[in-house]
Design a protein around this ligand. Structure first.
Ligand SMILES: C[S@@+](CC[C@H](N)C(=O)[O-])C[C@H]1O[C@@H](n2cnc3c(N)ncnc32)[C@H](O)[C@@H]1O
Length: 232
């Protein structure tokens, strides 16, 4: 394999109680320049391979006839949010993000596509832990709940997120969904324990694999999909 020369240029850096958040450009002579988000030295995402962040939204939106109210856990660089807002059926999109700095970088244009995205008045950004936002949600508040806060249950960005993939938190997510609604969870790897927990809470779970190209390396990312049965 030909070695690839990357040059990294830091764009922004912030400290939070959870550690360091860094936004940097990854430049290569022969490929596109990417924006990269890292938390505590862990790669969170970039702007090159975003098919599954977008598929997280599109798969979920295809499942319900009227996806009026959507909750997204994890802003990241806003690709899931962008797809949700591209759907005219969506009336409200609440995005819950742990890191204030990331929200600021989206608002002030440090992330170049941020201001246009946040100009949509159907969008609300909430700086909080999504587990808490789900606890505080009214029953049946949402048609869709989309979770992409880690590199999956097997590769947590924050250890405290582990509980999010277990039955009590999934039960809370189910309570926040209306009958016929859906929960979709992104994962960088096969996550059988998550699939089993979603199956137990929702009565079913589909695991869908997507082939992705990671800088010339073929891998699979996964979506775990559960539906709340429709009211009869
Ligand atoms: C992989 S990124 C999300 C990518 C996003 N789907 C996109 O399209 O750009 C994960 C995001 O979740 C945030 N996050 C991590 N734990 C969280 C939590 N418990 N509640 C809310 N946000 C969280 C991280 O700060 C990061 O911005």
């Amino acid at each position: 394999m030909v070695p690839v020369d990357f040059e990294y240029v830091e764009i922004a850096r912030a400290e939070s109680p959870r550690g360091e958040l860094v936004l940097r450009e990854r430049r290569t002579p022969h490929g596109p320049t990417a924006l990269e988000l890292r938390a505590n030295g862990v790669f969170v995402m970039d702007t090159v391979e975003t098919t599954t962040e977008r598929e997280l939204a599109n798969r979920a939106l295809s499942l319900v006839e009227q996806p009026r109210r959507v909750l997204i856990g994890g802003l990241g660089l806003g690709f899931t949010m962008h797809e949700v807002l591209a759907d005219p059926r969506v009336e409200r999109c609440a995005v819950v993000e742990l890191e204030q700095a990331l929200v600021d970088w989206m608002r002030d244009g440090t992330v170049p596509h941020g201001p246009a995205l946040l100009a949509d008045d159907r969008a609300t950004l909430i700086v909080a832990d999504v587990a808490m936002a789900l606890e505080e949600a009214e029953p049946a508040a949402y048609d869709l709940v989309l979770l992409d806060v880690d590199n999956g249950p097997g590769y947590l960005v924050h250890d405290t997120n582990a509980a999010l993939y277990e039955r009590p938190a999934l039960q809370t997510a189910r309570r926040a969904l209306r009958a016929g609604g859906a929960l979709v969870v992104w994962s960088a790897d096969r996550a059988p324990a998550l699939g089993a927990a979603m199956e137990a809470v929702f009565g079913g779970c589909e695991a869908v694999a997507f082939e992705v190209d990671l800088q010339g390396r073929s891998e699979h990312y996964w979506l775990y999909v559960s539906r709340v049965p429709s009211a009869s």
